[in-house]
Design a protein around this ligand. Structure first.
Ligand code: PRX
Length: 683
């Protein structure tokens, strides 16, 4: 399946220097390890297993699973019978066994230049133990769910690791989500406590996070689910370290002591006061391999987000191994992933993977364009970043400003560049490779999902010759296939559904509270396979090219949204009778939201209504889902059975006149009208 030799033409190779020290220096070595990982997974993973601490060793199979719905319930179990603690492995083991206590875990860089703090592994461990004791003092126990809604501060890592230390299950909600989204996630996972912060700045914009968090808790009460414990970190309103002990991030430069923070003494507790009293010793709670570690919500095609559940041991092994190999990690590296911890990229490649390797990372609170478009490169030079991981949307955004803002900084510390989140167009790839990396740094285009836990299709930087825009080959233990509509495996150059034939340690275990949905979403269409929902092409050299989602999902700036989720927000407006949402290609965001709305009888479309609809979507989901275009559509193109033909709407949104086969359309006269009414701004 993987060619014996990588092709010599049309590819780019890593430099000799990189190969000299690489963990996997050649394609032949990759292939050898790959074969071992698939044929004898136990042997392959043994090296990683022995690096970690196990309170009890596993006694059964390394991986036990059923991927075939026709044979019974779908399950994956990795290292059943073992007991361990992931927090112990990423902190105590590094501090005590590996003597890395003084090593920097994080260089925290705030939104405002000059806001910074260095945190060692020892300090991180101490804070985590304290906060774990705080959680215990609030009655949080193993298996309880804790919701975390915080900006990018070190305390977010502290909160998640403290949960892991006591076996509680964290459910982090990205701080850009709305009160409604937070409420929905809190109720779905039945959380017993919420951890949040007063507020934060995103560039110039002040976000009063506590206000939104309170609104979410009120919405929960209105739906008869009450969370009566909320711990709030003072980020903007803290005076100084003396008066607000227990904080790892310093007071923000752009502090905001007057921020109106709502406070309900019955519910709210101050992070700092609780930390002040807490002991910094806390014995970890030993967990079984398959105990839940966290829930992270991702969009689902029905509109209701799915709580993706990951468990302890498999996720620990997988994030550690992918981090080590894909970024070719070495102890002198300074690594920086620009994602937010509220997404899976931050879970796996800011917190767990890097810390499991004892790595030093940059943790950045701000934006790539604030205070100016050189910010990223300034930070790269400041901390001498050697491994840099970002999203295609950020690359495209910065590319617009040309090479000058990049070249103002040296960037000579950079060795490897990575991307994640969506297919990267070759133009952006080349700019990243040529301008940012000055042709010295391989680009690892890592394909994966919230569900996969870690990278599944990716180059290894020294070993895999690169093809711009291709995620290349599978990571160790991952067996991809391409299927046609009838579920037949295609051989050689082909295009179809990307699926995986067997599990790897980091794959999700279930949808929290809904095993049925887990099976239907990922395993029903093609029994025996995990279905990614992405399309994929394999070229003559065996390289895989992800072509994008083939379900009703949109990828806006690397974030998945379901069309159904946005549609159901739009139809909540009393003036909207029906809505259909499609993606329209966007030069920076990848895709933008183009919404067609059919209004109720007697309602006229106007700018006020348009503004109300945009606001409604923002309030229901969050700013990332704000529609770019809304078009008045008195009728929608439908089949005779009444199904909306989104394929046609996509063409209309992009102003493409060639509609292909329209024979199933019930009333073709709607098409001309829709083209006529196209949003004038969407040329
Ligand atoms: O469509 C694929 C796209 O992002 C989806 C997963 O989104 P999410 O669960 O939010 O996780 C994003 C971060 C891992 C995939 O189904 N995607 C992610 N990475 C790539 C990609 N598409 C193409 N190339 C990638 N490197």
């Amino acid at each position: 399946m993987i060619p014996d030799k990588a092709p010599g033409e049309d590819v780019l190779h890593a430099s000799g220097d990189l190969k000299k020290e690489a963990h996997v220096p050649t394609f032949e070595k990759y292939k050898e390890l790959y074969v071992k990982s698939v044929e004898s997974p136990e042997e392959f993973w043994a090296d990683f297993i022995k690096d970690f601490f196990w309170k009890k060793k596993y006694n059964g199979k390394f991986l036990d699973y059923n991927f075939d719905v026709t044979k019974g319930e779908i399950y994956v179990k990795c290292m059943e019978g073992a007991s361990t603690n992931i927090c112990y492995n990423v902190l105590d083991r590094n501090v005590h066994d590996r003597k890395l206590g003084d090593r920097v875990a994080f260089y925290w860089e705030g939104n405002e230049p000059g806001d910074q703090k260095t945190v060692s592994y020892r300090e991180l461990l101490q804070q985590v133990c304290k906060f774990a004791n705080v959680l215990k003092s609030q009655g949080v126990k193993k298996g309880d769910r804790v919701s975390i809604y915080m900006p990018m501060v070190v305390e977010l890592v502290v909160a998640m690791l403290a949960c892991a230390r006591i076996g509680a299950v964290h459910s982090i909600v990205f701080a850009g989500f709305s009160a409604e989204s937070l409420c929905e996630r809190i109720i779905d996972s039945r959380c017993c406590l919420l951890i949040t912060a007063d507020g934060f700045y995103r560039g110039d914009k002040l976000i009063n996070l506590k206000l939104i968090a309170d609104e979410a808790l009120q919405k929960c009460r209105d739906k008869s689910f009450s969370v009566e414990k909320c711990i709030m970190l003072k980020h903007l309103t803290k005076e100084d370290e003396g008066t607000t002990p227990g904080s790892l991030s310093p007071p923000a430069k752009r502090a905001c002591p007057d921020l109106q923070v709502p406070w309900n003494p019955e519910v709210d507790m101050c992070w700092h006061s609780l930390m002040y009293e807490a002991s910094d010793e806390c014995e970890p709670v030993w967990c079984d391999s398959e105990d839940p570690l966290f829930i992270l919500y991702t969009s689902g095609s029905t509109g209701k987000p799915k709580g993706v559940l990951h468990t302890v041991s498999g996720y620990m092994l997988y994030t550690a191994a992918t981090f080590k190999f894909v970024f070719d990690y070495h102890p002198d590296d300074v690594y920086w992933c620009t994602a937010d911890i509220g997404w899976i990229t931050g879970h796996s490649y800011i917190t767990y993977g890097p810390l499991a390797n004892g790595a030093t990372s940059v943790l950045f609170e701000g934006l790539p364009t604030y205070p100016d478009v050189s910010r990223m490169w300034e930070i790269v030079d400041k901390y001498q970043v050697s491994k840099f991981y970002t999203a295609p949307t950020a690359i495209r955004l910065l590319m617009k400003y040309g090479s000058e803002p990049v070249q103002k900084y040296k960037r000579d510390s950079l060795k490897i560049l990575g991307t994640v989140g969506e297919p990267i167009n070759p133009e952006a790839w080349h700019w990243y490779y040529n301008v940012v990396g000055e042709k010295r740094c391989p680009v690892v285009d890592t394909f994966w999902q919230t569900e996969t836990g870690g990278h599944v299709m990716t180059p290894l930087p020294a070993a895999t010759p690169m093809k711009p825009g291709s995620a290349t080959f599978p990571f160790f233990g991952v067996v991809p296939a391409i299927l046609n509509e009838s579920g037949e495996e295609l051989e050689g150059p082909s295009e179809g559904y990307l699926v995986f034939k067997q599990p790897w340690p980091g794959v999700m275990r279930t949808v929290y509270g809904n095993q049925q949905r887990f099976e239907t979403t990922y395993f029903k269409k093609f029994p025996g396979y995990y279905v990614t929902g992405d399309g994929c092409r394999r070229d003559k050299d065996g390289y895989y090219w992800i072509t994008g989602r083939i379900d009703d999902m949109l990828n806006v700036s690397g974030h998945l949204l379901s069309t159904a989720e946005v549609e159901s927000a739009l139809v909540e407006h009393e003036s909207v009778a029906e809505a259909a949402v499609v993606g329209r290609p966007h030069p920076v965001k990848g895709e933008s939201l183009y919404c067609f709305v059919t209004l109720s009888d007697g309602i006229n479309y106007n700018q006020k209504l348009e503004a109300e609809l945009k606001k409604l979507v923002r309030e229901k989901i969050g700013a990332i889902a704000t529609p770019d275009y809304i078009q008045n559509a008195p009728s929608l193109p439908k089949t005779r059975s009444g199904k909306i033909m989104r394929r046609i709407l996509r063409k209309i949104a992009s102003n493409e006149r060639d509609l292909g086969d329209v024979s199933t359309l019930a009333d073709s006269s709607v098409i001309d009208q829709l083209f006529e009414n196209r949003c004038s701004t969407a040329v």
